[in-house]
Design a protein around this ligand. Structure first.
Ligand code: PEP
Ligand code: MN
Length: 264
């Protein structure tokens, strides 16, 4: 991965004086839910709406997403609010559909990053795209596997790349759902300083009361952005109910976070 400088330019295109904020529900549930959340986020620091429509759940029998139908809801949310849209893709069919519906940012989830053949299939389907592609870390604390996924995408001539740190699973009981192991994203940042680095505090935390602290740590470590699961009725969300925060909480959090300026 030579000349990674170019990787930064997409982030600069946002012309933000604060971190990039991606917000929205864990899952798109209904069209009304997606639109209501998008409208509540519209005039906040969040410039990108997130909503999972294909949900690779750990155990069977849980809500696995509304599927391609949700792409139309995201398109409508973009039209009504001007927010950019993002969703998770987990195979080449998802990529094809997301591109057909002009989704702005595609991300690869933690359960997909562990699988080189699937990552390669996604990279091939995205070959040469000018969409932004974000790669979450693999579920296990394996920097090489994360880097391998990034290299596969970079080799497919995808220049608008970034990474999302969402923590690593561990069998031990800790205060986190997924242990942050901050040294891993820090090492990645040292090796590729021009690769935009976004923190997903929601999946690290697994609970809403520590989202703020995780965001502050990420900003103190010079992360470029935050992806925060946001729902107007978190307790009744169809997935990840315990970790979602309301748009109002997000607004207050962005006021309270100490954000380092370039000149600091
Ligand atoms: C998500 O973003 O809702 C998700 C499933 O995340 P992860 O891939 O980090 O588990
Ligand atoms: Mn989630």
């Amino acid at each position: 991965m030579e000349n990674t400088k170019k990787l930064r330019t997409w982030l600069d295109d946002f012309k933000l004086s604060h971190p990039l904020v991606i917000a929205g529900p864990c899952s798109a549930e209904t069209e009304e839910q997606v639109l209501k959340i998008a409208h509540e986020l519209k005039d906040t620091d969040a410039t990108v709406l997130r909503a999972g429509i294909w949900k690779p759940r750990t155990r069977p029998g849980n809500f696995e997403g509304v599927g391609a139908l949700g792409l139309k809801w995201l398109q409508r949310a973009k039209k009504e609010t001007g927010m950019l849209t993002s969703t998770e893709v987990a195979n080449k069919d998802h990529v094809k559909l997301a591109l057909e519906h002009d989704i702005d940012i595609l991300w690869i989830g933690a359960r997909t990053t562990v699988s080189p053949f699937i990552v390669q299939e996604i990279a091939d389907a995205l070959e040469g795209t000018d969409k932004i592609v974000l790669v979450k870390n693999p579920v296990n604390p394996d920097l090489a596997l994360w880097l391998g996924a990034i290299e596969r995408l970079y080799s497919a001539n995808i220049k608008k790349l970034g990474v999302i740190h969402r923590g690593f699973s561990t069998y031990e009981k800790t205060r986190y759902r997924n242990n942050p192991n901050w040294q891993i994203p820090i090492e990645l940042q040292n090796r590729f300083p021009d690769l935009p680095l976004i923190c997903d505090p929601s999946h690290i935390a697994g609970r809403r009361d520590i989202i703020f602290d995780i965001c502050q740590t990420a900003l103190d470590l010079n992360f470029d952005g935050l992806m925060v699961e946001t729902h107007y009725d978190p307790d009744n969300a169809w997935s990840d109910a315990k970790q979602q925060i309301t748009p109002d909480t997000l607004i207050q959090m962005m006021v309270d976070l100490k954000i380092r300026k370039e000149t600091d």
